[in-house]
Design a binder for this molecule. Structure first.
Ligand code: ARG
Length: 470
């Protein structure tokens, strides 16, 4: 970035004194909004073509301006463009470069528009593309989750891998690992839906709102909207230049996504500890310690958990920027961009990393199965057994609670209680009943819709696969 001797500002007409250096630094957005260069030039090309179509500019003026813009785009793509801080932002850098290149006719490009609608259209184009890209990446990770669910239906010697299901991080009931994967697949399905809903709502072009009130020029906003791939123009010029809720929706969909990935990360960190030993992460996606040679750290998951903080922060940041601004455009809105870029980058790489890492991870089925059997995880099944014989569930709960107390005081599992102890607790119980309390029987019994019984999970995998296919 250069800041050479200032040439005359594009808005310099009424100013007698040069801009102070600190103001220039404070005011400039080009260090970050140069990322909108493609969108800016696309917007200008659509605008100038329309100015030609409606007869505001002559055909040769349109041709000169368009060719100049194309040449600038080529320079920018090749990294040959000189971004100048004294030219403030991406819009004025491009426009001033156009003037350098084609002379005063460049000044006609800004007919019937303002930087306010220019930045609004550039940013919408960016956010819409980012939203659709994250929708696609979210879908890809969801597809990985479903494939992992399918793989772990048979990866334990032809049997489904069993995992302890937790509430309060205490072993609650056995579940299939595949069921756990599908839970995340469901969250990601809604995340994708949030991105797609937001993309549909933001699909309106603010170009032609001009500074705030529209323009006396006979512009064709429907034509520019269509040329830029928007469904329609925004209906109100104040709203067009002054609103940023499209970015807020993007940032909130990113935040909810990251909340989900952060929970996944927390479980990944926990399950890959020596103490749990459920999960072995691939060497390619873990890191070592500079002092402790034995360490293999789940840095990807820890960073994903940590980076959720900045993504939430970006949402809070923009909400706070927008909330106090009167209609329509205020320079405060220049603060809308960096958080959006950051959330987009953070979500993209996090989604990509998980899509790579999960298929390369190994679940240790013996360990997870043994863990699922501990902690009296089948006590509910015993209570259900009594209740099926007509004992009110509350009473059955009480009886089994007593048995769990007895077993835990004597360091035994439920199926290690004696026939006598069982019968004493309730005449309908016996050692034989207790012997049936396996984790396999427990999961097999949970055949309610949405439950963890293998045939239910199998059907859910099939449904998800065919939906992802279609
Ligand atoms: N760099 C500005 C932004 O990002 C562009 C719009 C400036 N408009 C203005 N009237 N100063 O918001």
């Amino acid at each position: 970035m250069t800041n050479q001797a200032q040439d005359r500002k594009l808005w310099g007409g009424r100013f007698a004194e040069a801009t102070a250096d600190l103001v220039e630094q404070y005011n400039a957005s080009v260090p970050f909004d140069q990322r909108l260069a493609e969108q800016d030039i696309r917007g200008s090309l659509a605008h100038v073509a329309m100015l030609g179509q409606v007869g505001i500019l002559a055909a040769d003026e349109v041709a000169q301006i368009s060719e100049g813009l194309q040449a600038i785009l080529t320079d920018i793509r090749a990294g040959h463009f000189e971004w100048r801080l004294d030219r403030e932002d991406v819009h004025m850098n491009v426009e001033a470069a156009l003037r350098d290149r084609i002379g005063p006719v460049a000044g006609k490009l800004h007919t019937a528009r303002s930087r306010n609608d220019q930045v609004a259209v550039d940013f919408r184009l960016f956010v819409k593309e980012a939203t659709l890209q994250l929708a696609d990446l979210t879908r890809q990770l969801r597809s990985v989750m479903v494939q992992e669910a399918q793989r772990h239906l048979t990866s334990d010697q032809g049997q489904p891998v069993i995992l302890p299901g937790y509430t309060h991080l205490q072993v609650a009931q056995p579940i299939l690992l595949s069921h756990w994967f599908l839970a995340y697949a469901e969250m990601l399905k809604r995340d994708e839906g949030r991105f797609r809903d937001a993309a549909a709502r933001m699909d309106e072009s603010p170009l032609g709102s001009a500074a705030l009130a529209g323009t006396p020029w006979p512009i064709d906003r429907h034509a520019t909207a269509a040329a830029l791939g928007f469904a329609r123009p925004t209906a109100n010029s104040l709203d067009g230049v002054g609103s940023r809720d499209f970015a807020l929706e993007f940032l909130s969909a990113c935040s909810i996504l990251m909340a989900h990935l952060s929970r996944l990360s927390e479980e990944t960190v926990l399950y890959s500890t020596f103490e749990f030993g459920f999960l072995t992460l691939p060497d390619s996606h873990t890191t070592g310690s500079s002092i402790m040679p034995q360490k293999k750290n789940p840095d990807v998951s820890e960073l994903a958990r940590g980076k959720s903080g900045r993504v939430f922060g970006n949402l809070m940041g923009l909400l706070t920027v927008v909330k106090g601004t009167p209609l329509a455009y205020n320079k405060d809105l220049q603060e809308d961009k960096e958080g959006v870029f950051d959330s987009f980058d953070t979500c993209s790489i996090t989604l990509r990393l998980y899509a790579e890492m999960l298929p390369k991870s190994t679940w240790n089925a013996d360990v997870t199965r043994a863990a699922a059997a501990r902690g009296y995880s089948t006590a509910t099944d015993l209570a259900d057994h009594l209740a099926r014989s007509g004992v009110p569930f509350r009473e059955a709960h009480e009886v089994v609670g007593g048995l769990v107390g007895l077993a835990s005081r004597s360091g035994r599992q439920l199926w290690e209680l004696t026939d006598n102890e069982m019968r004493q607790a309730h005449p309908l119980l016996s050692a034989e009943v207790a012997g049936q309390l396996t984790v396999e029987a427990s999961v097999a019994g949970r055949g309610s819709f949405g439950g963890t019984a293998p045939e239910r999970v199998q059907a859910a995998v099939q449904a998800a696969l065919s939906e992802l296919d279609g």
